[in-house]
Design a protein around this ligand. Structure first.
Ligand SMILES: Nc1ncnc2c1ncn2[C@@H]1O[C@H](COP(=O)(O)OP(=O)(O)O)[C@@H](O)[C@H]1O
Ligand SMILES: [Mg+2]
Length: 340
């Protein structure tokens, strides 16, 4: 093996293996019915996304409501199918995962965690029921092994005394505890990738940090790969090594979270960061302004940068075509005419 290959391998080990990769990920949703005289119209919810999820690391997908965050995770769980490009799992296009064994393995290894854990837990059943069912679906274990495993996992996620928690119903737990049950479920199943869609948005700020800490532990100690979907760039800073900033289905800035939050380049990222509440700011400080509050609906026919209408620095070419990605630093990229 030559020195370059050795260096690449060492780097991959350091970073963690790529487990999920999006290549040119694009999806169009049909907007209106279309008829003989009226052509079908499409909404382009994602346009050419490229990103990687690595074992033991977290990628934050940040952006305002409707920018396509959940859609990207839903494609990864095969709820939606990409119109162009796709998601690769350990190098294989997930559209080609079709046999029942492969589908079972994929569904076991790639799990989604939702914003509202209450809606995903049946209120009529205990935590024991939910976890036992998940375990039986994917693993063959004796009743004694099952009991021990459930207790170990509940203790792992900080739900103690585990024996008591097992007998509780979802409504008897707090929002943070329910989210922990959901994370416990991913452990019971044996997931390798967790697509967490706004997992802390419905939690009180003081509870949020505990859930983020638990996810951090799962990342570092259990080598789980996380996609952390959030509209809150401040929590991305706390939890994710890498970040992509989405605007209207387009990646406008991406790379290391530190670079993006400390040295944001795209006007949209700058706006997101300026909007983060800062206790040192006072009521007299002026908040950032921008030209328009309207987020455009993107379509396959549209060209240019989707942020142009809102951007305070927009130039003529911004509405004409989308610029190529520009590298700002070693792991920091943006797509903006100000840099092209
Ligand atoms: N199944 C669907 N059919 C049609 N449009 C959809 C569907 N799912 C999402 N969309 C649209 O795609 C865009 C992105 O949605 P979503 O991924 O849910 O955004 P986010 O999670 O960032 O709030 C939105 O404009 C939304 O209305
Ligand atoms: Mg969403």
């Amino acid at each position: 093996m030559n020195a370059l290959n050795q260096a690449t391998l060492a780097e991959a080990k350091e970073l963690g293996q790529v487990i999920i990769e999006a290549k040119d990920l694009t999806i169009d949703f049909k907007k209106s019915g279309g008829s003989l005289f009226k052509p079908k119209q499409y909404l382009r919810a994602l346009n050419g996304l490229n990103f990687q999820l690595r074992e033991g690391r977290c990628l934050a997908v940040v952006g305002e409501s409707g920018c396509g965050k959940s859609t990207s995770a839903k494609i990864a769980t095969k709820i939606h199918k990409a119109t162009q490009g796709g998601i690769y799992y350990k190098g294989k296009n997930i559209d080609d995962i079709t046999s029942s064994e492969e589908l079972d393995a994929y569904r076991r290894e790639v799990q989604m965690v939702f914003q509202d854990p209450f809606s995903s837990l049946n209120p009529l059943h205990t935590i024991r029921y939910h976890l036992t069912r998940a375990m039986k679906l994917y693993h063959k274990v004796t009743p004694e092994e099952m009991e021990q495993k459930l207790i170990d996992i509940l203790e792992e996620v900080g739900l103690t005394p585990a024996k008591e928690v097992l007998e509780k119903f979802p409504h008897q737990l707090s929002g943070g505890q329910r989210q922990r049950v959901f994370l416990a479920k991913t452990l019971v199943i044996g997931a390798k990738v967790i697509l967490a869609d706004e997992p802390t948005s419905m939690l009180d700020v003081s509870i949020r940090i505990g859930v983020l800490n638990l996810m951090n532990k799962m990342k570092h100690e259990m080598n789980k790969a996380f996609m952390y979907i959030t509209h809150d760039i401040a929590t991305a800073r706390y939890f994710a090594e890498d970040t992509i900033v989405l605007y209207c289905g387009h990646m406008v800035e991406w790379g290391s979270t530190e670079a993006i939050t400390q040295n944001p380049q795209h006007p949209y990222t700058q706006l997101l960061l300026a909007a983060v509440p800062d206790p040192s700011r006072s009521i007299h400080d002026k908040l950032p302004t921008h030209r328009s509050l309207e987020t455009p609906m993107w379509s396959p026919e549209k060209t240019g940068c989707p942020y142009a209408a809102r951007c305070p620095n927009a130039k003529a070419e911004c509405t004409e075509y989308l610029p190529e990605p520009v590298q700002i630093a070693s792991n920091h990229y943006t797509r903006c005419h100000l840099f092209s």
